[in-house]
Design a protein around this ligand. Sequence first.
Ligand SMILES: *Cc1c(COP(=O)(O)O)cnc(C)c1O
Length: 458
Amino acid sequence: MTDPRRSLPSVDRLLQLPGVAALVARQSRASVTGAIRELLAAVRSGRQSPPDDWEAAVAEVAERRDRASLRPVINASGVVLHTNLGRAPLAPAALAAVMEVARGYSTLEYDLPSGARGSRHDHCGPALAALTGAEAALVVNNAAGALVLALQTLAAGREVIISRGELVEIGGSFRIPDILARSGATLREVGTTNRTHLADYAAAIGPATGAVLTVHRSNFEQRGFVTSPPPAELAALARERGVPYLHDVGSGLLLDLASFGLTGEPRVPDAVAQGADLVIFSGDKLLGGPQAGCLAGRGALVAACRANPLARAMRADKLTLAALEATLALSAEPPRALREIPVLRMLTLDPETLAHRARDLCDLLRQAAAGRVELELLPGVSTPGGGSFPGAELPTTLVAIDPGPAGADSLALRLRLADPPVVARVHSGRVLFDPRTLADSEHAAVAQALAQALTEPA
Ligand SMILES: *Cc1c(COP(=O)(O)O)cnc(C)c1O
């Protein structure tokens, strides 16, 4: 028996194949040579059998190697704020602002009338203050950073009073007690996991107190025998005793979404009105903008944070500031914000529109499947995700595929390996597509990915 692995073509011979030569013209000789070497090594080691069509095999490896690591995916999961998929997609106006500023030079730190140095903090700060009712506001890289900055500025070397019910983990390696320790403050726990009273805070405030901190439970719910003092009462207590009250609200919700059945998430303007001295929130959750951390509150405290050298280490870049400024401008007009900020639009889609879109998607997917799998429409729910509205279940209509013996996990994997990748949900042996997070313009690509996923050998 002859082992085909022993008569493999050479790198040079493969480079001369017409299809491979065309690839060299498009990419570069070095990158295509790298792809050929990778392919030959895989065949030689037996990880891959010798291809019948070498041109196609080289092209496949070269194209995979040529693709960016960070690339767009189609989110068919229905999870609107998916942290692993980059949280909030930006509004068209925010994208345009990023392009404009990225293309050339800008007024990032330049004051046009005087021709002298300006401050990057002057771009979004005033708009954020106006939208939240705060005296001043500051933008840094993310909310975790904003919290470190606030604690380090106001409470380093002192105690920070926090309820035992709020010593939470927000997500991968972000735990409130660890953040507190790293900012140089000492944790002073009060109350119990389920119940903390105003009197618990009152008894703990003393000469060593640097700040009182409350943290919104943004990714879980407590129900039953549970209590904590209203923020306004805590604010009054802190003011009376002369200590700053910091409120980490997390999601950065500016608008009132109660009429869409979305309640329980603190709005930033409410937290400011209730008297928190500094309110901390993200830019890329319910605010619907770029990754950013915002601090809004009393002028003197914002100024102190801004003057902290750590603020320089956490400063937001011009692309972030451009996107955030444009998103804030939309937020000033709520009806427009609901239409144009993708996160808000997706969260507030009505069930009839979703059912209609699910039917359209199902028709396209059925054509693509060409009888190879069963498809049906199912009532279901979407989750907001990303530390917002925990427990909220938004009614939607799902397109469900039963892949039979091939298995749902295997089909979902092939969909993720499509180009562009499609991220769907797997539940009870079925692959589920939720139209909530799919633009109409993405339906065709989902259908194409499905056709391809069902064609390829297992
Ligand atoms: C998400 C969240 C944060 C962290 O926000 P990032 O912008 O991701 O750093 C902090 N606090 C709360 C309550 C959150 O929900």
